[in-house]
Design a protein. Sequence first.
Length: 89
Amino acid sequence: MFFPPRVERPQFSVDTLKKLTKGLNRAVISQRSAENDVDEIVRQTWDNILEEVALGYIWVDDNSNPDRVFWAKRFGLLQRAGKLRVIDD
């Protein structure tokens, strides 16, 4: 095994997370709006996400209530071999 297993307790309880939802979601939106859309890695990440939608791996949920869901950002990391890896934060 390369990495020893390490289980950590969540930072917040579910109840606390529910209370923080609006603020955390605003932070994700703020971070997203600060990104440079002409950046090649951002463009490749978006293309990868659209491909995942087309393949049915992920989908758009137009019916969810933004006040009742937790948003996470996705970003791309370019590996040494030139492969883009999309990370869910």
